[in-house]
Design a protein. Structure first.
Length: 402
């Protein structure tokens, strides 16, 4: 998955008039007027994060180009069953697990209206679209969930989840285009899930244009952003910062996000007597997030598994270098030695934090590299790249629209 942040919603980016025309013409050339997205959660969910932001941004930009988009997802706390957001329709029905069979049944019977193509978001558990439709389709699969299963499920369910992901589901998708976010994630999907190399297409996520450089904090500041869950390993980041804080007077750590690990993290902060420098700031506004990225000396991610690192490229656009774990996804969202530093071990991570906080010249060099790196990614390119994959599948002569 992408690294999520605050109570999620789609970035503010919009398409220029010429981009709207190009996207609309591309969809029309393959007879694509109506597209249905199948997703586990949507942005209204309290646990929504990077995956939901990614899907919502593409749906929003496709809708701007004149495509009728419906997103079918599970119930969200306090949200209506149906709504319109950013020009596309959202249908929220069924719970966390029943959304998979119920969404498939609704699509197979046309309950949500006619559609010309389907976008399936495989977020741990698949909707198995190849088993019940021959419509043109693509699958967003951000990363191999491998190490996440035992962190979020009990031993038996974790083994079942891993078996479904690696052995049961992949054979269904042999003829389906898989869209992932990074070359390093593609490598893992090919290696561990057995997909063909030319079946998996890489379409990186964009960076919203509101993220721009600004004044830095006068004292050392580390910022981390994400859903507070075990796979993000924020407890390690707190411990890492605690190891080096005596070397850096005035050091502050700000962790942005909400989630079920909040109470455990607060207890850790109390136990370390770190309440004066380590802070869980919860949800923040877009302007507040931008300001934190701008002020930070370092943006950090100690996550164990990602398809990308959205917070890392957003901070990079603000001129803030990263220290992150050396995992698939991070290897593309961070240009190691150019926009930040990747760590292969806990000690590497601690040393990288210490080194970057200590060396103003290195921070300046990586800040300039971060700006260049982030400039490569736009949401317009993401929306077009994903649509090109769907159009390519729609043009296959063997496909049936039934």
């Amino acid at each position: 998955m992408l690294t999520p942040r605050r109570r999620a919603h789609a970035p503010a980016a919009t398409l220029a008039p010429e981009e709207i025309t190009k996207l609309g013409d591309l969809a029309a050339s393959a007879g694509i007027r109506r597209v249905h997205f199948l997703a586990w959660r949507d942005l209204a969910d309290v646990e929504a994060g990077g995956s939901e932001i990614h899907a919502a941004m593409i749906a929003k930009l496709w809708a701007q180009a004149g495509i009728e988009v419906t997103m079918r997802t599970s119930w969200a706390q306090g949200a209506p069953n149906e709504a319109v957001r950013d020009g596309y329709r959202v249908v929220r029905r069924a719970g966390r697990y029943m959304v998979f069979p119920r969404a498939a049944a609704a699509e197979a019977t046309g309950r949500h209206g006619a559609c010309d193509a389907i976008v399936e978001i495989w977020n741990g558990v698949p909707f198995l679209t190849p088993a019940w439709t021959r419509r043109p389709r693509i699958v967003f699969l951000h990363h191999h969930h491998d190490k996440m299963w035992p962190l979020v499920l009990g031993p038996k369910l974790a083994r079942l989840g891993a078996a479904v992901e690696t052995r049961v589901a992949p054979p269904f998708y042999r003829g389906t285009p898989i869209v992932t976010l990074s070359n390093s994630s593609k490598f893992e999907l090919v290696r561990h899930l057995g997909f063909d190399d030319d079946q998996v297409k890489v379409v990186p996520p964009g960076v919203d244009p509101r993220f721009v450089p600004g004044p830095k904090s006068a004292t050392p500041l580390i910022v981390a952003v994400g859903r507070l869950m075990t796979s993000k390993r924020f407890e390690l980041l707190i411990r890492f910062a605690d190891r080096i804080k005596d070397h850096h007077p005035g050091l502050q750590l700000r962790i942005v996000g909400e989630g079920y690990e909040q109470d455990n993290l607060r207890s850790l902060i109390r136990n370390l007597d770190a309440e004066d420098w380590a802070h869980l700031v919860g949800s923040v506004s877009d302007d507040e997030l931008t300001e934190l990225y701008q002020q930070a000396w370092i943006v950090a991610s100690s996550s164990i598994s990602e398809g990308w690192g959205m917070s890392l490229t957003e901070a990079a656009a603000c001129g803030t270098p990263a220290v992150a774990t050396d995992i698939a996804g991070h290897r593309d969202s961070v240009a190691d030695g150019v926009s930040g530093l990747l760590a292969a071990s806990d000690e590497d991570f601690i040393n990288n934090l210490d080194r970057l906080l200590s060396d103003a010249s290195l921070r300046s060099e990586l800040s300039e590299g971060a700006l260049r790196h982030a400039a490569r990614f736009t949401w317009a390119a993401t929306a077009r790249g994903a649509l090109e994959c769907l159009v390519e599948d729609a043009r296959r002569p063997r496909r049936s629209k039934a």
